[in-house]
Structures are given as C-alpha cells and as structure tokens.
Design a protein around this ligand. Structure first.
Ligand SMILES: *Cc1c(COP(=O)(O)O)cnc(C)c1O
Length: 224
C-alpha cells in the first residue's frame, strides 16, 4: 500500500527546500506498489538486492530509473548493468572496476556514488574519508580506464539513533566531504552534484544539511 498523503507531502517539502530528488525505496515491496507510485508520477526507485531488482525490472515500465542502494558484490554487477540508473554504494576499487567493465559490455556509462561511512556504529558498509580519497586519487590518475562510469557524488547513512544532534553532525560531515571532493577532484564538472542522504526517520535533518537526494522507503510503502 502506498501512502499517497505522504507522497504529496514529501514532494511539497522537497520543492520548498530547493528541489532535492526523491528516490522511493521499494525493497521487499511488491511490484504492484511500485506501479501505484509510478502511476502518480514517481520515476526514481531504489532497491537493495540484485536478485530482487532483476526480477522486478522486466515487470515494470522501461522509463523507471533504478537506483541500486544496497551492498553490491563485484560478481553480481553484470545482472544490473544493462539497466541500472545510479549505483549509490561503490565502496572499493574492485567494485568500480567491475562496474566499468560491465558497463562497457553493455555499451553504457553507469552513474555511481561513493558510499561514505559516517555513522558511529560499525555495522554499515562504505569507505571512510581516507579510503574514498585514495580511490579518487586512483580514479583521477587513471581516468582513461574508467570511460564507462561517471562518479556523480557521494552517499551516506547516519547512525540509527534518536539523537538528532548526532545525526545532524554526521550529515554535516558528509556535506563537508562532498564539497572537499568536489573542489579537489571535480572542479568544473557539473556531473559531480549528488549528495545522497536522508531516510524515513531523518530526511528532515538531511534536507536542512544540504541533501540533494533522499532515499525513502517506510514512509511511502509502510513497514517492511
Ligand atoms: C532501506 C534503505 C533506505 C530506506 O530506509 P527507510 O527507513 O525505509 O526510509 C535508504 N537507504 C538505504 C541504503 C537503505 O538500505
């Protein structure tokens, strides 16, 4: 069941805040729910699992933009490479190389975000600032090897907590890292423009702290 009320509300909120984009996170939700939200005009959907996404994709309209937001193993990139719009969860050279290779096979350029680890808990995937910096150094020095990917920004998740001060601090940190990378590696490159942060419980904070893309699941589709 889609929460139409919330869908309308979040769109107004996003417009007021300067047009951050909404990715509707549909993991573990049926194709019918995705179709319902599609019919209301939503085109960007987020999924976490390769197999689930591969099964859903052919059952839904071609103009859906699929965002892959879960942990991605290099050997599974091939299953989503023909159609994925944006991979939010790049966390290693190895994965970046695998995405480039599969994108090339499909004669595509695949958009990617680097997943940055900002939370205090250590159960989440991603790179710290140093690891991401190393990756960007390597990428910049070997750009001709990466003709089939485009790095469009970064993604991060805050600590799972009620402590809004902590969440705000983490999102401020992510925003700061985004601007450091933009200045150091993507000056004059308009494609590096995505700061993907904010979920059902913290999107208000994320938007205030400069998010350009929120990934919202439960508020739209109900609890999983
Ligand atoms: C599941 C998930 C979301 C959406 O979370 P909700 O709390 O349902 O809004 C956002 N981002 C990532 C990376 C996720 O795994």
């Amino acid at each position: 069941m889609v929460n139409i009320e919330f869908y309308k509300k979040i769109q107004t909120t996003l417009q007021k805040s300067g047009d951050a984009q909404l990715v509707a996170v549909s993991k573990l939700k049926p194709v019918a729910d995705i179709q319902d939200l599609y019919n209301l005009g939503q085109r960007d959907f987020g999924e976490n699992y390769v197999q689930e996404l591969s099964e859903k994709n052919p059952q839904l309209p071609d103009d859906i933009r699929w965002h892959f937001i879960g942990h991605l193993q290099s050997n599974k990139v091939k299953f989503i490479a023909p159609f994925v719009h944006l991979i939010h969860s790049v966390d290693s050279y190895k994965l970046l190389e695998a995405i480039n290779k599969e994108a090339k096979k499909n004669k595509r350029v695949i958009n990617c975000l680097l997943q940055i680890y900002i939370a205090e808990e250590d159960s989440k995937f991603g790179m710290d600032e140093k690891q991401a910096t190393d990756l960007l150094e390597f990428y910049t020095a070997n750009k001709s090897k990466f003709e089939n990917i485009k790095i469009c920004g970064i993604m991060g998740m805050a600590t799972f907590t009620d402590d809004e001060t902590l969440i705000r601090k983490e999102y401020q940190k992510l925003n700061a890292i985004f601007h450091i990378f933009q200045t150091a590696y993507f000056l004059g490159d308009n494609d590096f423009s995505v700061l993907s942060m904010g979920m059902t419980d913290d999107f208000h904070i994320a938007i205030k702290e400069g998010s350009t893309m929120v990934r919202i699941g439960r508020a739209l589709f109900g609890n999983r």
